[in-house]
Design a protein around this ligand. Sequence first.
Ligand code: ASP
Length: 311
Amino acid sequence: MMRPIALAIHGGAGTLLKGAMTSEKEKNYKDALAFALDEGYAVLDANGTAVEAVEVAVKALEDSPLFNAGKGSVFTAEGTHEMDAAIMEGNTLNAGAVSLITGIKNPVSLARGVMEKSDHVFLAGDGAMRFAKDHGFTLEDAAYFHDDLRYKQWLAIKDSDNFQLDHSDKKDSKFGTVGAVALDYDGNIAAATSTGGMTNKKWGRVGDSPMIGAGNYANNKTCAVSCTGSGEFFIRGVVAYDVSCLIEYKGMSLQDAADEVIQKRIVAIGGDGGLIAIDVHGNIAMPFNTEGMYRAKKSSLGTTEISIYKE
Ligand code: ASP
């Protein structure tokens, strides 16, 4: 029997509240998710690796202005964009991550560059930028990252100490971190996550997304996970690795482990958000405890799903 392939993606757990969603906006989000899903799945279908597939899917989401990553990244307190990304390979446990980078068109590709072209796992700030320039990664100017809506969101809070998480209930428009998890024909899994962080963030704030084990993790023995949510809590909950641990040490199923962390453990410490997870059998779990999560999945085992709110 042919081995399965599968891909799941997310565009953040901080969706527009249901009441604020119009059918036109909903279509735009779903089209963007469908495009990224197809791009990533085509890689798997053509016998590409899980790492290639998650990179391609996340790049497509980074290139869309709709999501808080790459082109659509939110503004920092200085009116700039600081992005974080990570990627991990489940068969080797190789990983790469970058944080506090500016002007990089596709942060996920830079994270992969760190994984494959350096002896390190995590590069931050100026050093990560020097690595990017040395290796010829594509740069864009500030205008590329400018989005009027995000700019207005920032102007509204820029002179305060507030920072705005994509998931704050007080906001009527919320955007999200992006991520992908994949299973390839060789039976390997991988995960990638990319984000612009939080509006008006300062002091070099870094969330869970680029932290291996917190917002992103992959291990063929257990699962590949990409998270979205209140980063400070996801770091403290070591969320992605916790899902893996529940499978490895407690023998839980992928779905049960993912639910336990998102519906119980992260809630118990005050966090909100969701995750996507996959295992080597092609099982996929996409739990969230917010009103919605932009998400999609496609597998050679079953049907395609593209959704925003609870079913
Ligand atoms: N987890 C991300 C962060 O805290 C935010 C998000 O998921 O939208 O940076």
